[in-house]
Design a protein around this ligand. Structure first.
Ligand SMILES: [Zn+2]
Length: 343
């Protein structure tokens, strides 16, 4: 168990930990939304890693407005350890049920990846039970991969369940979304890739996430997809992301927000696209790293039909999910966020 997990008084979100030691550029670009929005007019975005269960309806509205048309919600650690199997079942059900419905109500196509996260792999009695129920969820509609799995503290238990889930992915013919550790990232990333290859996975079916400048070259050289998380303070800043694309080009690279309950930004993609545009990156390269590459990688699941979202998802806000609507007590859909008066 990691330090943070031992100390229950110090909640520590999975994406909000000590930095990777690579400083973000001090150059800040202060720009109003209306200004950078101009730069990305007509672009559409696919965020392949965002935890919407932790986000609000304001986020959904802002994301849609900024051009995000589809997203992938990986299953992960919810901030405190689950105490029983039922919590896992309810969480997995919400990813293919209520949260997907909620997303659709804001015009965003919602996909997910299913898996046992690395932190909770360390609770072996519970991990065993989770492995038994996972096959019930991975074949459901809209499940585009096994994820996010991999290493956190790089323990023996983490390795055991990582290997088992790689086998599950192979059997189900699903891509794999790999979370790389915050601590000792380089070694953890190398180890994750070596094990995936050892299990006979095709690297073009494996998305290595949370890369940085120290890991990207080996990931790309070995044929894997390299995902980058734009996350304030602890992961990549988007100035650094621009430089990575300048250096390596757009092939097999994808950008995500990994927004969750920590201080994170669900608009990381549109903002990064705007910054890339300002820095002279071509529209085609921007399209690849903020949209198309994620579709190509996770589309191998056979679950992504771009015609569902490429020209916008139609929103039917009077629809219900198991009898429930997101509109409470006669609320009207599409409330203007710019209005001072709240009615
Ligand atoms: Zn995540």
């Amino acid at each position: 168990m990691c330090q943070h997990c031992k100390d229950s008084s110090a909640p520590n979100p999975s994406h909000f930990e000590e930095g990777d030691g690579l400083a973000n550029s001090p150059a800040h670009v202060e720009m109003a939304w209306s200004e950078y929005n101009e730069l990305i007019q007509g672009m559409r975005f696919f965020d392949p890693h965002i935890h919407m269960v932790s986000r609000t309806t304001d986020d959904y509205q802002a994301m849609r407005k900024a051009g995000i048309v589809a997203l992938i919600e990986p299953s992960f650690w919810v901030g405190q350890p689950r105490t029983g199997l039922s919590s896992f079942k309810d969480y997995y059900s919400s990813l293919v049920g209520w949260e997907r419905f909620r997303s659709s109500q804001f015009g965003i196509k919602h996909y997910c990846t299913m898996g046992l996260n690395s932190r909770e792999a360390n609770n072996e009695p519970l991990a065993e039970q989770v492995m038994e129920i996972l096959p019930l969820y991975i074949y459901k509609e809209g499940v585009v991969g096994i994820g996010e799995i991999g290493f956190d503290d790089q323990t023996a238990a983490e390795e055991k369940y990582y290997r088992l889930q790689l086998e599950l992915a192979k059997e189900a013919k699903l891509p794999v979304q790999i979370h790389t550790p915050h601590r000792d990232k380089k070694r953890g990333t190398e180890r994750s890739m070596a094990i995936a290859l050892e299990h006979g996975l095709d690297p073009s079916w494996v998305i290595i996430d949370h890369n940085n400048e120290e890991t990207v070259k080996n990931v790309l050289d070995q044929g894997f997809y390299a995902a980058f998380t734009i996350y304030p303070f602890t992961k990549m800043g988007n100035e650094r992301m621009v430089k990575v694309v300048e250096q390596y080009g757009p092939e097999r690279i994808m950008v995500n927000s990994a927004a969750d309950w920590g201080i994170s930004d669900p608009l990381a993609l549109p903002k990064t696209a705007a910054l890339m545009k300002m820095r002279g990156i071509s529209d085609e390269a921007i399209r690849l790293v903020t949209y198309q590459n994620a579709i190509d990688a996770f589309g191998k699941s056979g679950q992504i039909d771009v015609s569902d979202f490429e020209s916008g998802l139609s929103v039917e806000k009077t629809e219900k999910f198991h009898g429930n609507s997101i509109l409470r007590g006669g609320q009207q859909p599409d409330v203007s966020k710019d209005s001072l008066v709240i009615q």
